[in-house]
Design a protein around this ligand. Structure first.
Ligand code: HEM
Length: 508
């Protein structure tokens, strides 16, 4: 019966019939390839599908017969635009797991509630913030080089790039968005706590499924290590956030927010807490303050870290592209000086490389929506992209916008496996096929924040160092990529683990 009603819900769109739904919580815990009958799409579903040839059509359905919800997966630019461009038809999920994990927040809310949240946080995303992001990225980069003693070395082995990038990006978002300052050696929120903030956020990401499934009492009854770890991570973050919120509230009430607090009155954090202090039409309650603080810390760092985790190995594998970036850096900084925010626009080559890395390894590989009412969805022809026919999707159906599939669709990106930054300005691609930052009214609010941070990081790094990777004996760059860059930039555990080497440039 479940299968039959699921098929009706998705308008009988052909596709995959499986035991568990594409976003079922249970699917996160069980192996994916039990058998074709018990197939479980799992958390890296869109990546796994892409690596085995992709979906047969631009629009397919995934209908479970055992547990989970039926979903429709769309994998073309045209269908992405239909879904992401029309929030009255397709909005965020009614029961979004992101709300359970983080609390009520701007990323997961629907309709008018979302508008209120966006209105509160939006004013902070200004040039003043991006200038600060640039300055802090430089400060943190220099601090990293000093603390790690790189200045005395000719080459530096980075055994786990993933840890380095996430430490960097968490420090930047904490300092620029929240005024939580730290140095490279003195990690935020470590004092008096069992885990650093970086470690807590890593656990939150890796063990999010446990948080979704385990009832609160389970944490007290079962002595499992994983449950204890999740509980410690969440309670440490909550303790940290509550303490910071109380401090900020005091400052706002006593009108003691000065421009010495980096951005002072304009930080994202100040806006969030002020919405609670001020009350009125756009007031935040306590839970909304926590939810937005938590989501901003999270959304503001892991995505940028994953962008760098995709980009640096690609530049190592494509040394000719890395050389082009180096030549641009030399041209913009002829005297070898540090880059400034005024140079940001001049780093066009770096920006193309970032965009191309995000195309190949999108940090969010799929975006989920829900049909708000019975909706007619146009089905495009996989070869021509023209409308073939329409189907009616029932209210409540999940829609998975398959960003990975769109980014590897040869109709949008010829030779999609190849890292080719020049495609972004040679007229060969439609920029609207890029979904790395989402599209439509719910597109990423932190786009320029992350681009400023990643550009500054890459300019500082490649000015002095060349990035390399170790190929196994007889291994081609493509084989290395297939061996190491597994998982999925978007999956729960991200790409890798990745190790790289930084070799000092001769002119230094
Ligand atoms: C390379 C880095 C980043 C990537 C790839 C990225 C990606 C995305 C994507 C794809 C969405 C849309 C989600 C959807 O449509 O369901 C989104 C939304 C969002 N991002 Fe980012 N993001 C990045 C950096 C940041 C940063 C640095 C911040 C904050 C400091 C941020 C905050 C947000 C917020 C608040 C939303 C929700 C916007 C809304 O619904 O109104 N992101 N991001």
């Amino acid at each position: 019966y479940k299968l039959w009603s699921g098929l009706k819900t998705v308008g009988y769109v052909p596709g995959i019939r499986c035991a568990l739904g594409a976003r079922s919580y249970l699917s996160l815990f069980l192996p994916t390839r039990l058998s074709s009958f018990f197939y479980n799409p799992g958390p890296d579903f869109t990546w796994e599908k892409q690596r085995t040839g992709g979906f047969e059509e631009d629009v397919v359905s995934v209908v479970p017969w055992l547990q989970g919800s039926p979903a429709v997966v769309v994998s073309s630019m045209e269908t992405m635009q239909q879904v992401l461009g029309h929030p009255d038809d397709f909005d965020k999920l009614t029961n979004d797991p992101g709300t359970i994990i983080f609390g009520t927040n701007v990323v997961t809310l629907q309709k008018e509630a979302w508008k209120k949240h966006r209105r509160v946080v939006h004013p902070a995303f200004s040039n003043k913030l991006y200038l600060l992001v640039w300055k802090e990225s430089m400060r943190m980069f220099r601090d990293m080089v000093d603390t790690e003693g790189w200045d005395k070395k000719q080459s530096v082995d980075i055994p786990l790039l993933n840890d380095l990038t996430s430490k960097f990006t968490i420090n930047i978002v904490a300092s620029c968005a929240f005024d939580f300052h730290s140095t490279w050696s003195d990690s935020i929120a470590s004092a008096g706590n069992e885990m650093t903030l970086q470690k807590c956020l890593k656990v939150v990401l890796a063990d999010a499924p446990l948080r979704l499934l385990a009832p609160k009492w389970a944490y007290y009854v079962f002595p499992f290590g994983a449950l204890k770890r999740v509980d410690t991570a969440f309670s440490t973050i909550h303790r940290f956030m509550r303490a910071q919120i109380a401090l900020r509230r005091e400052k706002i009430v006593s009108e003691d927010v000065t421009s010495e607090d980096t951005q002072g009155q304009d930080t994202i954090f100040n806006n969030i807490v002020k919405a609670n202090v001020d009350g009125g039409k756009f007031a935040f309650d306590e839970e909304e303050v926590i939810g937005n603080t938590f989501i901003m810390l999270f959304a503001g760092h892991e995505t940028t870290a994953r962008t760098l985790n995709g980009l640096l190995p690609l530049l190592a594998l494509y040394q000719d592209e890395q050389e082009k970036v180096y030549q641009e850096i030399k041209q913009v900084l002829p005297d070898g000086r540090d880059p400034t925010f005024e140079d940001f626009e001049s780093f066009a080559q770096i920006r193309k490389c970032i965009q191309e890395a995000m195309r190949i390894y999108p940090p969010l590989g799929d975006l989920t929506r829900e049909a708000m009412h019975d909706v007619q969805l146009d089905v495009t022809n996989k070869v021509t992209g023209k409308k073939d026919h329409s189907v009616v999707i029932k209210k409540g159906t999940q829609i998975i916008v398959n960003i990975v599939g769109i980014h590897y669709n040869p109709r949008h990106f010829p030779d999609p496996e190849t890292f080719k930054p020049s495609r972004w300005d040679d007229g060969s691609v439609d920029p609207d096929a890029f979904g790395g930052f989402g599209q439509g009214p719910r597109a990423c609010i932190g786009r320029k924040f992350s681009l400023a941070e990643a550009t500054c990081f890459v300019a500082m790094l490649l000015r002095d160092w060349r990035v390399e990777v170790d190929l196994a004996e007889g291994e081609t760059p493509q084989q290395w990529q297939r061996r190491v860059m597994t998982g999925g930039a978007a999956g729960l555990r991200g790409l890798g683990p990745i190790s790289v080497r930084f070799a000092r440039r001769k002119s230094q």
